[in-house]
Design a protein around this ligand. Structure first.
Ligand code: ATP
Ligand code: MG
Length: 327
């Protein structure tokens, strides 16, 4: 049975980068895999989170999972902090991960750059991520391009553990889609669109109003060529906008290029905004119905139970393999 695990941190308001690179894929993949979609709230706190905001955003992400189309009857949806096996296995795996390999993680370098202090959890977070994946014996992990290196670390740590203590963990494969795996900021196509980017004009949020979406796309940087043409080398900003269009309209890039041939950026950006709005409005409506509902609580409580059943088996196997006394 093919099994999948993935999640989006409640570290900020969800944007179309997370939708294109993660959520949209989740909705499709749940039909082909036994799926676990979790909310990595313990990962979010590797950088400071205001407690009230963390609380609200955790519910937001869960409600958006459902609103976007993840089916709780088919997939398991749960909060990481509700399943203690994650931090327990995380600790065990920290004994297998190397300081040197964690130092090479580019995301740590990016997120710690220019900061006076960073938490030690930000440094070890990829090991907790390895635990997240390995606990469920996931065969596949859908990720954006930025998480590829962390998944390689997961495989390395699992392989090391298996060699030393006997076969315990399944080695997971990444699923990285061609289009939408790396949606860049609207103000700077050299930087990934990210929840923790404080520049509001760089991201379109899933909960933005139609007017905000129109304004943000109209301000998005382009280039001076004036042609809607996909070419990451020469035209990164326009290529990014075309990919966003492709993700939201579910259309091939070539079809989009042909449609806007000779039309300039004004019309293209206007219609891009409408394509995104049309996709987001029904998701926003469902989100509002769900976010404060007891149905959401029930789904998360039930999900944590189902997740804990699977996770506790793996944790016990890992502890036994390492020689801990278990009863
Ligand atoms: P943070 O800035 O706090 O790290 P984030 O926006 O990077 O937040 P994550 O929760 O770290 O979001 O990532 C959730 C998933 O979304 C991951 O699989 C990640 O690869 C994917 N993802 C995040 N940003 C993008 C993006 N701009 N384009 C495509 N995929 C993305
Ligand atoms: Mg991230």
């Amino acid at each position: 049975m093919k099994r999948l695990l993935s999640g989006i941190k409640p570290s900020g308001d969800l944007n179309i980068g997370g939708y294109g690179g993660a959520l949209r894929q989740y909705v499709k993949l749940q039909h082909d895999y036994e799926s676990f979609f979790f909310i990595p709230d313990y990962h979010a706190v590797t950088v400071y989170q205001d407690p009230k905001e963390l609380h609200e955003r955790t519910r937001d992400v869960a409600a958006l999972y459902l609103a976007a189309g993840i089916d709780p009857g088919r997939s398991t949806i749960f909060l990481q902090s509700q399943v203690p096996a994650h931090t327990e296995l995380g600790w065990l795996l920290e004994t297998q991960a190397h300081f040197g390999e964690l130092k090479r993680m580019t995301q740590f370098k990016e997120k710690s750059e220019g900061k006076d202090v960073v938490s030690s959890a930000l440094f070890t977070y990829p090991v907790l991520m390895a635990a997240d994946v390995l606990l469920y014996q996931a065969t596949h992990v859908p990720v954006g391009d930025d998480q590829k290196q962390h998944l390689e670390l997961t495989r390395d740590v699992a392989e090391r553990f298996n060699k030393r203590f006997g076969l315990t963990f399944t080695l997971p494969e990444p699923i990285i889609q061609d289009i939408g795996s790396r949606i860049m900021g609207l103000d700077d196509p050299g930087k990934k669109m990210s929840k923790s980017n404080p520049n509001q004009n760089s991201c379109v949020l899933l909960m933005d109003s139609p007017d905000d979406i129109r304004r943000k796309f109209s301000k998005a940087v382009t280039d001076s060529e004036g042609q809607v043409r996909h070419d990451w080398e020469q035209k990164p900003a326009v290529s990014n906008l075309i990919e966003i269009y492709s993700v939201f309209a579910d259309e091939e890039i070539a079809v989009i290029e042909r449609r806007y041939e000779g039309q300039g950026y004004g019309v293209f950006k206007k219609e891009l905004a409408e394509v995104v709005i049309q996709k987001l409005l029904p998701i926003q409506d469902k989100y509002r119905q769900l976010v404060d509902s007891s149905e959401l609580d029930r789904i998360l409580i039930d999900g944590a139970k189902r997740a804990a059943d699977v996770a506790s088996d793996t944790l016990l196997a890992a502890k036994k393999a390492m020689g801990f006394v278990t009863f």
